[in-house]
Design a protein. Structure first.
Lengths: 270, 278, 266
């Protein structure tokens, strides 16, 4: 099969990355290394602490044992309150997220300004952590579960609305056009063509956010926004480590249960 | 390169190209996938292994390079018994066997060139492999092979950007990069459309003949098997039910291997096929 | 041919199977809401009385006071450094942990321990972890670094373990068949499959760490959260507003950066 006389010459070197790509690769590596160095430089790491830490940790664990189960009745109501905060906050967020999502979706918003406002609200809601919202609302409403519910809602609205807005933007145009062709009003079009497509996403996301919110609500008490966090904080400050273990265990159990419930419910829906 | 070219027929006294003796594979559940299979390959030929699903074709192929561990028996590649080799020796032995897969089994995110060069992994060190620095001879050999299988210019394409037929060609090139003493081919055409399937079979056969190496091809399409092979081995329930030339595959034999069917159609297609390839 | 009588009313199929189950579900839902609101003992009167105070506070928030921008900047930089360092530390630690948590790689007992560790780490809120780190390592960003590093390691390890468990075995088998050694097999067939998502996850985690670094300061683990918490307790609401706006800007930028990089990687 060899061609008579003409032997083909093939290259003997092959590189996956062109020289330019290689240079870029090295640049990125150097940047990351520099960033790493910078990030640790300013942190004043007291190596003495590190040497000591495992001893302290062991000491801490020993002080937590045995757990003081007699503390359990005290924290049952706060635990339930935590669940209320998570559930009511998520529910309020769900209701508010629907109009916000329509506002922030390019194909359903009235004009550029409304879209910008919608997006801005989304960004603001999502960039501020639940606990920080808690700080804000405690200053507004005073300490208590109301601040907690508001905080959960404030953070979750953005989360839900963003995913919903993305679903709205990706909604099948054909279905929307069909309903529009019947002469339906804009609101009816949204109701009949957009919402049904978006619903499954919304429900799944809400359940997912609910279980995240249970976890968040457990620490809202740290800033005074209700729930079990307050009791955890108090126990730690009083050095009542055996109580701390009990509180931690209950939080763990509740969060794990909510995650299991959420996973189960979402699996049933899809 | 290992030794010189093997003669068209093995000289008397020289070890068989491939000798499978009483190969048995029993799975933990008790299923006998292979039951004392014996097979000898004395000359470089293209051997098609046929049989219904579960007859043991895939197990046989995989026991030869020990991707599946045989329960008992021997597999002698040019005199060396594969069964019983320790890890390092097994790796060295595997270098001598090139394998082509039904699902192509390319590393999707790597380029075509990297996939072809991976055939030489058994010959280069770890660091060389990590840095993708292969000897110049390997690189030019890879280019030559890509040219030969009809994929010149594709070396920088990502493997998952190729069509099925193209991917299988890359797989063939990879196997041949090892310059193997034996080609094992596991259902090369099952994932391809009929036209591409013929092209691939034609390619494998011509490459095997060019290099004077035996090829063991696991195939379920009887027509393709008859058209492109020199010898057919039929497996049934883990045993060899037939071993002979493609022309000897009469409807009676096919019934024996597969079961009752209208085999006249299959034979006729195969004859057409064979004529087309002349 | 007689005219068939068709129904004149159509109701959509009920959720949850039957009508009765749907009614039960809805009434349970309503009952829960009523109960929870009562149970929370919301003092509506006090809440309403609080509104003028709320408006007062909002008024004091505007205009936001950027005067103390040096303090603000210090806090932000500290948060950023914490987030970056924690991502790197977490990435390093996640490799052994992720390998140990992959069912197809690790022996059973190691797998169980690693998975348990991951579950524990992900279930506890980072604020709780921060409190313990502060107790062990003192106030300041070091505790924050350890907290976020631990949280990152656990998250990344879970992703890595999942990727390893989902790896396609075909290419791995093919590389084995060429006679390649174990190390070559891993770098040539497993790493390319895993790497793609891993880098995306690293960027995502960096962004998440920036967000979390703003919170853990509330319990003393450094960063802008500490500055914010202090301003609230001093009723410096205009400074608080400035800090909040800066946090929003930082997090939004971080997310934009993260989206951009991940899009480029595709």
């Amino acid at each position: 099969m060899s061609e008579a006389g003409v032997a083909k010459r093939y290259p003997e070197v092959w590189r996956r990355r062109s020289p330019r790509e290689s240079a870029l690769g090295w640049l990125w590596t150097a940047t990351i290394a520099l960033a790493a160095a910078w990030s640790v430089s300013a942190l004043d790491i007291e190596w003495a602490f590190f040497a000591d830490a495992h001893v302290q940790a062991l000491d801490l664990v020993q002080r937590m044992w045995p757990p003081r189960w007699s503390y359990l009745p005290t924290i049952v109501r706060p635990l339930i309150e935590t669940l209320h905060i998570a559930t009511l906050g998520t529910a309020i967020a769900l209701v508010l997220s629907v109009p916000l999502a329509f506002l922030a979706a390019r194909n359903t918003t009235a004009n550029g300004l409304t879209w910008a406002i919608g997006r801005a609200l989304l960004v603001a809601s999502r960039s501020v952590n639940t606990v920080i919202w808690g700080l804000v609302f405690v200053a507004i409403f005073g300490p208590g579960p109301v601040a907690g519910i508001a905080a959960v809602a404030a953070r979750s609205v953005g989360f839900l609305a963003k995913l919903m807005a993305e679903a709205i933007e990706e909604a099948d145009r054909g279905q929307i056009e069909a309903v529009q062709a019947t002469g339906a009003s804009t609101a009816q079009v949204y109701l009949a063509a957009v919402l049904p497509q978006v619903m499954p996403v919304l429900i799944g996301t809400t359940i997912y956010r609910w279980d995240i919110n249970v976890r968040e609500s457990s620490v809202l008490g740290f800033v005074g926004a209700g729930g079990i966090g307050l009791y955890l904080y108090a126990s730690i400050n009083q050095f009542a480590w055996q109580q701390v273990l009990v509180v931690l265990t209950t939080i763990l159990v509740v969060v794990l249960l909510s995650e299991a419930l959420s996973a189960y419910a979402r699996a049933r829906i899809t | 390169m290992t030794g010189g070219e093997p003669p068209a027929t093995a000289a008397a006294g020289a070890p068989m190209l491939l000798a499978i003796e009483a190969l048995t594979k029993v799975y933990p559940g008790g299923q006998r996938a292979l039951d004392s299979v014996s097979l000898t390959v004395e000359r470089p030929e293209v051997i098609a292994v046929v049989g219904s699903s579960g007859a043991g074709k895939s197990t046989l192929i995989r026991c030869i390079n020990r991707l599946v561990e045989p329960t008992s028996g021997h597999v002698r590649l040019g005199g060396l018994d594969m069964v019983g080799l320790k890890r390092r020796e097994l790796r060295e032995a595997r270098r001598r066997i090139g394998m082509i897969f039904q699902e192509f089994n390319l590393v999707e995110r790597l380029t075509v060139m990297e996939n072809v060069l991976s055939g030489r992994l058994g010959f280069v060190g770890f660091l060389a492999a990590l840095a993708r620095r292969f000897p110049p001879r390997d690189v030019s050999g890879a280019y030559a092979l890509l040219d030969r299988v009809g994929l010149a210019g594709f070396e920088n394409a990502r493997a998952d950007a190729l069509s099925g037929g193209q991917r299988q060609r890359v797989g063939i090139a990879r196997a041949l990069m090892q310059d193997p003493d034996l080609l094992l081919v596991d259902e090369p055409t099952a994932s391809l459309d009929p036209k591409t399937a013929r092209q691939i079979m034609r390619l494998i056969r011509s490459l095997a003949l060019e290099r004077q190496r035996p090829a063991l091809i696991n195939i379920h399409d009887v027509a393709l098997a008859q058209a492109f092979s020199d010898r057919v081995v039929g497996l049934k329930a883990g045993r060899v039910a037939f071993d002979g030339p493609p022309q000897a595959l009469t409807p009676e034999v096919l019934t024996e291997i597969y079961g009752v069917e209208d085999w006249s159609q299959t034979i006729r297609r195969a004859d057409d096929e064979a004529e087309a390839t002349q | 041919m007689s005219a068939a009588a068709y129904p004149t009313v159509w109701r959509p199929p009920a959720l949850f199977g039957s009508r009765t189950r749907q009614r039960i579900a809805v009434s349970c839902g309503i009952a829960y809401f009523v109960w929870s609101i009562i149970d929370l003992n919301v003092d509506v009167a006090r809440m309403l009385a609080g509104f003028p105070r709320a408006l007062n506070m909002l008024g004091r928030m505007f205009p936001p006071d950027f005067g103390r921008w040096a303090l603000l900047l210090d806090g932000m930089v500290e948060s950023l450094q914490m987030a970056l360092a924690a991502t790197l530390v977490g990435a390093l630690l996640s490799v052994p942990l992720g390998l140990a948590a992959a069912r197809n790689l690790a022996p059973k007992p190691i797998y169980v321990v690693a998975r348990g560790f991951i579950v524990l780490g992900r279930t506890l809120h980072e604020v709780i972890i921060a409190i313990f780190c502060v107790k062990l390592f003192g106030f300041g960003p070091v505790a924050g670094l350890i907290t976020l590093g631990f949280a990152s390691a656990v998250f990344l390890a879970k992703m890595l373990a999942e990727d390893i468990e989902n790896v396609r075995l075909g290419p791995v088998e093919a590389i084995r068949a060429t006679g390649a050694g174990f190390g070559q097999m891993v770098t040539y067939s497993i790493v390319p499959q895993v790497l793609a998502r891993t880098v995306g996850m690293l960027i995502y985690r960096l962004d998440a760490n920036v967000r979390h670094s703003t919170v853990i300061g509330i319990v003393g683990a450094g960063g802008i959260g500490q500055t914010l918490s202090a301003s609230f307790s001093r009723y410096d609401y205009d400074f608080s507003a400035a800090i909040l706006l800066s946090i929003i800007a930082l997090v939004a930028l971080g997310e934009g950066f993260s989206d951009w990089v991940r899009r480029k990687l595709r």
